[in-house]
Design a binder for this molecule. Structure first.
Ligand SMILES: Nc1ncnc2c1ncn2[C@@H]1O[C@H](COP(=O)(O)OP(=O)(O)O)[C@@H](O)[C@H]1O
Ligand SMILES: [Mg+2]
Length: 372
């Protein structure tokens, strides 16, 4: 039993016209005490709606939300023991940093000494002690977001909810705040639910990641498992940058051997003879359409005994400094490989590319699910 449980949670929005739109389609999720859970997915997939239902800012259409063993569907937001941090800080411009942080506690009639202690404790954690008398407009975006965090911390809530809190910050500040929030999580041992569309944020911050698409959960797992064992094409393509490469094709059987044959009308399709692992996966797919996935780092340029060779044209060379991305085309599929910085490939030249057969993923092209 998690600290926060979502059970068959549904949200329908009724448009002003007659159309009904289901933004969240019956999701189930358990968030453990002390866990940092990330909800990630493209814009419009229902992340904020889910978080706002947990916060009580949005009515639930059906299903239940439990916090610490209690169904809170009809409990007012202020009585749910949660604190939410938004993208746009939502600070009171005319109040000092101290008063912004103290505001919620004052409303709840906390004793003045207790308020002072909690604000100073939060300010110390966030490095804001010297700024308690400032107004928000005298602070940078990163400092303002820290005040918004402080306002949540002083409440000592059961659950922290974050909705894309770093989106308004510049890239450098975002990276810095990312580590600060992670550190905050381990220092407070707090339960946090964090919404982002950014898969790098998800990977670097989450204990577990819940990948969403169009109101449904695609997969919930820890970052490395999600990366190494995606259950479906969506998760495989969403987590990782540059993303996993996909090749459509079919499985052919010749005697006892199975091969993956690329679908390619404009050039000679590449063939990959399957090893024992892939044969076991694909033997029921003979003659059927399949998607092969391989990550950019599992592609090489040297011959390897266990590799699958593909003849491809170099389309783009992208030096990143620490490594170089090469963009290839087989005549049908574009794909990306990550290579050491020193390589001598030129645009327009042909290359023998080797894919690590141990790292190849197979997906059912009809169901989009991992073949297992
Ligand atoms: N108040 C609303 N009325 C109607 N549709 C809404 C409302 N809020 C959100 N939606 C729709 O619900 C879907 C999910 O929205 P949201 O939860 O904000 O997505 P995300 O946070 O993942 O970007 C979107 O298609 C959005 O347009
Ligand atoms: Mg959102």
């Amino acid at each position: 039993m998690g600290l926060v449980n979502l059970n068959n949670l549904v949200k329908e929005y009724q448009d002003s016209g007659r159309a009904k739109f289901t933004a969240v389609k019956g999701i189930n999720l358990e968030i453990e005490q002390g866990e940092f859970m990330i909800l990630v997915g493209p814009s419009g997939c229902g992340k904020s709606t889910t978080l706002r239902m947990i916060a009580g800012l949005e009515n639930v259409t059906s299903g239940t939300i439990e916090i610490d063993g209690r169904v809170v569907n009809s409990v007012a937001p202020k009585d749910r023991d949660i604190a939410m941090v938004f993208q746009n800080y939502a600070l009171y411009p005319h109040m000092s940093v101290f008063d912004n942080m103290a505001f919620g506690l004052k409303l709840q009639k906390f004793p003045r000494g207790e308020i002072r202690n909690r604000v100073h404790e939060a300010a110390e954690i966030l490095g804001l002690e010297s700024m308690l008398e400032r107004k928000p407009k005298q602070m940078s975006g990163g400092q303002r977001q820290r005040v918004a965090l402080g306002r949540a911390i002083v409440r000592k809530p059961k659950v922290f909810l974050f909705d894309e809190p770093l989106s308004n910050l510049d890239a450098k500040m975002r990276v810095q705040m990312r580590t600060e929030i992670s550190r905050l999580h381990s220092r407070l041992q707090a339960t946090m639910i964090y919404v982002t569309h950014d898969q790098v944020e998800a990977m670097t911050m989450g204990d577990r990641i819940c990948v969403m698409k169009e109101g449904e959960i695609m997969q919930v797992d820890d970052p490395i498992s999600l990366y190494q064992h995606p259950n479906n094409i969506f998760t495989a393509g969403f987590i990782g940058s540059p993303p996993m490469n996909f090749f459509s094709g079919k499985i052919e059987k010749e005697g006892n051997r199975f091969s993956f044959v690329e679908e390619n009308m404009s050039a000679a399709p590449f063939r990959l003879s399957l090893d024992d692992r892939l044969t076991a996966l694909a033997r029921n797919f003979s003659g059927r359409k399949i998607m092969m996935g391989v990550r950019p780092e599992d592609i090489g340029l040297r011959r390897q005994a266990s590799g699958c060779e593909v003849d491809a044209e170099v389309m783009v060379v992208e030096p990143m400094g620490s490594e170089t991305y090469l963009y290839f085309n087989t005549g049908r599929h574009d794909f990306i490989g990550r290579f050491p910085s020193e390589n001598h490939h030129r645009i327009g030249e042909r290359a023998r590319v080797v894919m690590d057969i141990d790292k190849i993923h197979l997906f059912d092209a009809d169901t989009m699910k991992k073949v297992s």
